[in-house]
Design a protein around this ligand. Sequence first.
Ligand code: GCU
Length: 426
Amino acid sequence: TSTMAQTTKKFVPNYDESKIPPYDLPAALQTENGDRVQTAEQWNDRRAETLRLFEEHVFGIMPGQRNIKVKVVRSDRDYRPGVTRHELDVSILPLDSSTDRSPLVVQVLADVPQSDDPVPAILGLNFQGNHTIDEDPKTRIPTSWVRDRRNGTTDGSKAIEAGRGVASTRWPSKMITDRGYAMLTVYYGDIDPDFDDGFENGVHGLMREFIASLPENHRPGSIAGWAYGLSCVLDAIEQTEALNVDATRVGVLGHSRLGKTSLWAGATDPRFAMVISNDSGCGGAALCRRAIGETVARINTSFPHWFNDAYLQYNENESALPIDQHQLIALSAPRAIAVGSATQDEWADPKGEFLAWQTAAPVYQLLGMSSEDVKVVEEASMPNEQSVINAGPMQYHLREGKHDLADYDWECYLDLADRTLQTESR
Ligand code: GCU
């Protein structure tokens, strides 16, 4: 037995509200030097400051620059009646001129309802490969790193045929296209592998000079890498007319670690017209200072590579953070934001996700959310299961059940999209 194993104390999560330490949340609308933010113009500066705080203390810094090339490798017209299924290769080119690396090829699967005009879309990363979203024998199987889930869907390190369709309940393509939206998905491991590889592979490997130029504490973790990949996919949507997807009406969705990622993608890339956090929990929509369920110390122990090294300072020291997660949500303002939680997902702290959502309202208010909608958010209490709180661009719902992405979640997200992404509503 190792000394590590003997000295590491076992983490026992707290689920008792009465044991939450007293805390004050940083004010979203007050700058680091204490000035109150009272106008949309002042928010521009505070927004930039908030983004920088998240980069420096939580996720790490990525370059502003991206270079991509797109190739449409498949277009099955009438994959389903009225729906075209495309597969694209998005090549992300290395940023460093001196590199000998080849472009990183990210595979995109897109189900697009046929229409005269470009359609709105939801884009989300998936956990196991595009071939897992349904039984389609043609969908390519990823060749990039996959986790060995010991469930027969990999041969240990590579995805295999047996995985086809295993994640279909999370990707109800027919429901989405029937409602007039395209569904686009990408395997997250195509963008960056989910382990600490010392910035070797995935998008990090394309920018090693940039990363080396950053202070060690500010180097980007995997969440920043996946979010960068989502921006590259949005670039590809903009550049690919044949898709017929309206790049100005794309919602970015993610579940769990990929919900932390969709929030960060929405924060760093204001082109995303709607941001969706499904059960994102610690490091995502849940307030860190509540320290209930998964904590900063715990996530930094299990998944340190998701964040930058500066984040380690906040282990059991959440109140020292210059931000909390309501401000991550506020970085999506004034765009549509949906936060979804599930009753049995206590690890992700549904109440903390609700409170962060609620506490983001002043920023939405400053940027023009109606006073009725502000009132709805401010006066809300944690809803009952299977219910939704709608307030213009802000939506929160609580699903009955476990940590998952389910039909009910999608129905809620598409309802918000109907209210905010349809041309009539804009
Ligand atoms: C773990 C982790 C969570 C994360 C989840 C997931 O449970 O502790 O923070 O959200 O994995 O991504 O499935």
